[in-house]
Design a protein around this ligand. Structure first.
Ligand SMILES: [Zn+2]
Length: 612
């Protein structure tokens, strides 16, 4: 680093984030947080929040997030160092830059060169090295032939600490600035990627700028762990002067020609989905790199094509933040369509089971609103009058989100037709809803495009994390990783547990390359903490909810084992009775003891799994 870490920390701490952002955004104080219109996406109601104490911002609409340095980088399009310099000047801090090597590594050419060499080295490892055998087996099992591996320059990062930085003789400054390595707590230079199949990411000029890595599946299907920590399935090298996630689209370099020719671009969630598209004769697919679609991605895409086809699995597509999609459609004059994939399948899975079906799904993609409407109707029972009117109600709820009257009205007629209800009645209902929507309170978080908020236990899990962030002293001692049913929440908790404070946790998540956790932690920092009513034990209530849930899961598992004949009924009957009794006590005077006992039981259970 050309600027010492302490000085960067000092610059961050001395910057008043509310004042800095306030120069560009009208911020209003609501509770303990500040909010305003997001400078990163077009919106009419504020979804951009700032936490002054932690110095972090987060947008519920486009999920832009970061600290003072990120804000300057993103709004002024400067690199990390320039952002630090600007903020230092603003805060009156004198930086002691190490000029000796600053000239060398700041040069982007050095970074391109380093990442390019790393891509070649990792590619060669995959093709020839004996320790890459499992990776080759995995790719073969996915149907990848040699041509595919070569075209996408796939690689293998060996399961060792520093093979790459050693082999390429990378200087620590270059290794960190390129994202290929980092200096660990003991002061040793270490590879950023380890024991992963690699998908290099190139810019539109065909220069390697970053590398994404996928962990190999474990033999038993359990979440992969290292040193007791769950490893994220995908991990990318960090953002650098030559790589910004918000703008980068994986495979655009290979897809560009066909995108221009067809005036259409297909967006997938994962690198393997993109490769599946290419192999199915749709060589115009790209993917975002460990982040949801941003408006910057839209800006990049609209330069190449008028039609954007989302090829996400059905759940994720349904959860995409509708408000942003419609805004971007309008702002950038593009048309967004969605591929209809069979439920529970992503493009890679569909390509393996039925290659022709994937290309057909792209051909028959429907407009975003049509896709959401079809999902509502498909889930309804249209055989009864009650079912039809319920379906129409839900359909109107989807239609009302679209900003255009004309578009809304066409879909109203469609719903009238499909549900056999008079269109004028539906129009009246829609007008009422549209009136309510426009006068709704300003702060309405958009649906998160990831599945973190879906599924059982997601809400209490998030609530527990929020308490850990805002009331660490009370919450932390009573919580445990085993309480979190959602994997993302568990990872976030582990990071919070190992870090000394919230900012250190965000840094730690970034260092691990776990973007989803870093993103979640920044969001939690700006979310209003729950206020306890009449001194109620909030932590206890959330812990009890999670304990009930996890206990029920474990007991379900036990009963399943009995049904399969893996366990005798007499082996589990006492355990089940005790657990149920403890759960019942969670509401009573003995709640704290029951809490401790249940937690110990869940922990012991998990340990026995890890050991076995
Ligand atoms: Zn935003």
């Amino acid at each position: 680093m050309a600027i010492a870490q302490e000085e960067i920390a000092q610059v961050r701490a001395s910057t008043d984030l509310v004042a800095l952002i306030g120069e560009q955004v009208a911020l209003r104080k609501t509770g303990r947080r500040w909010s305003g219109l997001c400078p990163f996406h077009a919106e009419k109601t504020p979804s951009f929040s700032v936490n002054a104490e932690e110095g972090l911002y987060y947008c519920f609409g486009c999920r832009a997030s970061g600290d003072a340095i990120t804000f300057v980088r993103e709004t002024q399009h400067v690199d990390f160092l320039d952002a630090v310099r600007q903020l230092a000047e603003r805060a009156g801090i004198e930086l002691h830059e190490d000029d000796a090597d600053a000239g060398g590594w700041r040069d982007k050419a050095v970074l391109y060169d380093a990442v390019g060499k790393a891509v070649e080295w990792y590619h060669e490892r995959l093709l020839t090295s004996p320790d890459a055998g499992r990776a080759r087996d995995y790719l073969r099992s996915r149907g990848y032939d040699a041509d595919t591996v070569r075209k996408f320059k796939l690689g293998w990062a060996p399961d060792e600490w520093d093979r790459l930085v050693g082999a390429l003789h990378l200087k620590p400054e270059v290794a960190t600035a390129s994202g290929l390595g980092f200096v660990n707590k003991a002061g040793r230079l270490q590879d950023a990627l380890r024991a992963r199949v690699l998908f290099p990411i190139f810019d539109q000029g065909d220069r390697a700028v970053a590398i994404g890595g996928r962990i190999l599946p474990t033999v038993d299907g359990a979440p992969p762990a290292r040193d007791g920590r769950i490893e994220p399935k995908y991990k990318n090298t960090q953002e650098t002067a030559i790589y910004q996630k918000r703008r980068t689209l994986y495979a655009l370099n290979w897809a560009k020609d066909d995108v221009i020719k067809r005036n259409e671009i297909v967006v997938c969630e994962g690198y393997t989905d993109v490769i599946a598209m290419f192999r199915s004769g749709v060589p115009r697919a790209v993917a975002t790199c460990g982040t949801a679609l941003t408006e910057d991605h839209f800006r990049v895409m609209r330069n190449f094509a008028k039609r954007i086809v989302l090829a996400y699995d059905a759940d994720t597509a349904g959860q995409s933040a509708a408000a942003s999609v419609y805004q971007w459609e309008r702002a950038h004059e593009v048309e967004v369509a969605v591929c209809k994939l069979p439920a529970g399948m992503d493009p890679a899975e569909l390509q393996r089971s039925d290659p022709g079906a994937l290309a057909a799904a792209v051909e028959t993609a429907v407009p975003f609103l049509q896709f959401r409407l079809d999902a509502v109707v498909a889930a309804a029972n249209l055989a009864t009058p009650e079912g039809r009117s319920r379906a129409a109600e839900r359909a109107l709820g989807v239609i009302v989100e679209h900003p255009s009257d004309l578009v809304r009205d066409q879909y109203v007629m469609q719903v009238a037709d499909r549900c056999g209800i008079d269109a004028s009645l539906l129009r009246q209902d829609l007008a009422r809803r549209a009136g309510r929507r426009d006068s709704a309170p300003s702060h309405r978080p958009a649906a998160a495009p990831h599945s973190e908020t879906a599924g059982e236990g997601a809400r209490p899990g998030l609530e527990a994390l929020k308490l850990t962030v805002h009331d660490r002293r009370h919450a932390m001692p009573r919580l445990s990783p085993v309480l979190f049913p959602v994997e993302l929440h568990r990872r976030a908790f582990l990071v919070l547990e190992s870090a000394t404070d919230h900012l250190a946790a965000v840094d730690e998540a970034e260092e691990r390359g776990d973007d989803d956790v870093a993103d979640l932690l920044r969001r939690l920092a700006v979310e209003e903490p729950v206020e306890a009513v009449d001194g109620a034990d909030l932590v206890g209530a959330v812990v009890a909810q999670l304990l009930r849930l996890q206990t029920r899961r474990l007991l379900d598992e036990r009963q399943a084992s009995v049904r399969r004949g893996d366990l005798e009924p007499r082996e589990v009957v006492d355990e089940i009775a005790v657990a149920k009794e403890l759960v019942a006590k969670l509401d009573g005077p003995g709640a704290r003891d029951a809490e401790t006992e249940l937690l110990d039981w869940l922990r012991a259970e998990e340990e026995s799994h890890v050991a076995g």
